[in-house]
Design a protein around this ligand. Sequence first.
Ligand code: MLT
Length: 252
Amino acid sequence: MRLDATDLGKGAPVVLLHGFPLDRSIWASRPAGPFRWILPDLRGHGASPVAETATMEEQARDVIELLDRLGIERAVVGGHSMGGYVLLALLRLAPERVAGAVLVTSRAAADSEEARRAREISALRVLKEGPAFLAEAMVARFFTAGPEPEAAAAVRKLILHTKPEGIAAALRGMAQRADSTALLGTIKVPTLVVVGSGDQIVPAAEGEAMAKAIPGAKLAVFERSGHLPPLEEPDRFRAVLGAFLHSVRWTR
Ligand code: MLT
């Protein structure tokens, strides 16, 4: 599928994949610097088309198609939460396209049976009622210790604007995703793992274990963040991502 994407700046390419059910606007806190930023909306989100299905592999193929379309052979790829699941699928399908990996409040494990059932209930409900209930539930869980009102309002608006069919497809796609734990030890590119100490969706301990399992991975713990460090601690996020990107070599 052809993803709608922002392509701005000149330099080494960096692709950032947003989480569920958000869009590219969460990456406003990217660092300045000599980089070419590719910021897509994933299928069913933002300005990209909705598809009936949205498995992590299909979404990884969307990213490969985007790289091909833009003539980019290798990029550093970052993913927030669901975007991180897509990144792990990309590392499985086409590791040669990834020069470095940034996993932001994401996880390698697959869903439990209980989590799968809960996703299906949410998918059916969102198709019937629209995303308002999900927006309230997610905003309450995204942030630690009471969100900044501005960030919460922006996230609520994003979710309310996401099409129910896109949300349902992503929920079902996440429920089907493979366990990537065994992949972690095979990742050969520089990797940064970002965790939020107060994350209520992906506990920090899971991210920390993921960082330990990836050879040479750097870990950045955001003490004052929940699930959304790029919005909760934007200045620190900008600095940490910038330092990591400056340490990566894009050529093999
Ligand atoms: C996300 O932030 O992308 C999702 O909440 C992740 C998930 O539900 O597993």
